[in-house]
Design a protein around this ligand. Structure first.
Ligand SMILES: NC(=O)c1ccc[n+]([C@@H]2O[C@H](COP(=O)([O-])OP(=O)(O)OC[C@H]3O[C@@H](n4cnc5c(N)ncnc54)[C@H](O)[C@@H]3O)[C@@H](O)[C@H]2O)c1
Length: 264
């Protein structure tokens, strides 16, 4: 059996950087997502950068136990088992330059949106941990689960930074609930599997610079002691640390990397 590291929601903004971090550690990677087109683009991008490394893709919907099991079974048929799981998938409504289509005001927050976002961001991480982490335990392998949370797993959103003349964007309540929940899931599983050689930690990134409106950037920077947003590659070191033996004595923790925002 060969061990691979699996990332959910690999085709988004940060997924490819998590993959790069693992490839730089000489690990083999399974990129998964629901978006076939973006998954193919991510695969091609990484293969060009790391032509000799082992990278495979699989469509995996984190909300569906059948879909997760299908990936696990397909991998097993190819003698592959997972020893690092990065629960990264989310429905992440980002602040946009144009007027936001969704109204996230809490007073009329839709139950459908609540259910949909919790299902991906929180239930998805639970299901992947249950099925893929469960396999690690069954196979008695040393494993890691890294749950991607956010600086908003430890602080509340400051809604003032999202408001502008052209946009009525409100950071949705689901985001806070999911990210605090992810930390709860991390703590629960870290002690549940502490003696099974499975480390479970969260990584809480702060906002990544990604063409956000200038007004938003000016406002958020004032909340960050380092006075800047993160570069897209600034979480790679943390992924390497959490998925290697350098963090062998660390479990149940939430590694917050946010330019100091949550300290103020
Ligand atoms: N980008 C940031 O500034 C930032 C900051 C803090 C935390 N985070 C967290 O980091 C993680 C990655 O963020 P991102 O910016 O790359 O997000 P993103 O929206 O760019 O990517 C998320 C990916 O998840 C996939 N996805 C959606 N539903 C899915 C499902 N049912 N099953 C599988 N995949 C599904 C999407 O197709 C997408 O490729 C998220 O958990 C996010 O909350 C991001």
């Amino acid at each position: 059996m060969t061990t691979y590291s699996l990332i959910t929601g690999s085709a988004g903004l940060l997924g490819r950087y998590h993959a790069e971090a693992l490839l730089q550690l000489n690990l083999k990677v399974v990129l998964t997502d629901v978006d076939q087109g973006e998954l193919d683009t991510t695969f091609k991008y990484l293969k060009k950068l790391y032509p000799s490394k082992k990278i495979i893709t699989s469509i995996l919907d984190v909300t569906s136990p059948e879909s997760i099991k299908k990936t696990v079974n397909d991998l097993r048929k190819n003698n592959i088992i997972i020893n690092n799981l990065i629960n990264n998938a989310a429905i992440d409504t980002k602040v946009r330059k144009k007027k936001s289509k969704k109204n996230h005001k809490f007073e009329n927050f839709s139950l459908d949106v609540w259910n949909e976002e919790i299902k991906v961001g929180l239930t998805g991480a639970m299901l992947c941990s249950q099925i893929i982490g469960g396999e690690m335990v069954k196979n008695k392998i040393k494993g890691n689960i890294v749950n991607i949370a956010s600086d908003l797993s430890v602080i509340a959103p400051n809604q003032n930074i999202y408001k502008s003349k052209n946009n009525n964007f409100v950071k949705p309540v689901t985001y806070s609930v999911i990210k605090h929940g992810i930390v709860g899931l991390t703590k629960y599983l870290s002690t549940y599997w502490a003696e099974k050689n499975i480390k479970v930690n969260s990584l809480s990134p702060g906002s990544v610079l990604n063409n956000q409106p200038r007004e938003f950037q000016v406002k958020i920077k004032k909340l960050i002691p380092m006075n800047r947003l993160a570069k897209k590659n600034e979480y790679m070191g943390a992924i390497k640390f959490l998925c290697s033996s350098d963090s062998d004595y660390m479990t149940g923790q939430n590694l917050v990397i946010d330019g100091g925002r949550s300290v103020w």
